[in-house]
Design a binder for this molecule. Structure first.
Ligand SMILES: [Zn+2]
Ligand SMILES: [Zn+2]
Ligand SMILES: [Zn+2]
Length: 128
């Protein structure tokens, strides 16, 4: 994995939106609760906003599949910004509240996949 900053923030493709969500969200075979082709268990209902393109994706593999740039991790300075979307109730959580939420949405109580937190270093600039 690379930490290369993505300097080119221009996108040549028109922004694609998905009417099922209130935020820009893309991915592969995304269902109405943000499960995707890669992670589709009952608890895989979280999407993350990638700072490189300011869109939500269900997982990094979705980002890889639908973009042509390397993903960037959420920087520490943005850990209080709402970048983690609960696909069940549509609430966007901050990285801090997501990491502190004990694997359930603080708003609606939906269970989150505990395995995702093992990958948190892939999405968030946490210490490794
Ligand atoms: Zn991106
Ligand atoms: Zn995916
Ligand atoms: Zn929720």
């Amino acid at each position: 994995m690379t930490d290369d900053p993505c300097d080119d923030r221009r996108t040549t493709a028109p922004p694609e939106t998905d009417d099922r969500f209130l935020v820009p969200l893309r991915g592969v075979a995304v269902d109405a609760e943000t499960r995707c082709a890669h992670y589709d268990s009952a608890a895989d209902v979280v999407a993350l906003r990638f700072p490189c393109c300011d869109r939500y994706y269900p997982c990094f593999r979705c980002h890889e599949a639908v973009t042509d740039h390397d993903s960037e991790r959420v920087p520490r300075a943005a850990f209080d910004d709402p970048v983690v979307l609960c696909g069940v109730c549509g609430t966007a959580l901050s990285v801090r509240s997501y990491l502190d939420c004990e694997d359930a949405c603080p708003e609606c109580g939906a269970a989150f996949n505990p395995g995702c937190r093992r990958h948190r270093g892939r999405y968030f600039a946490v210490e490794e």
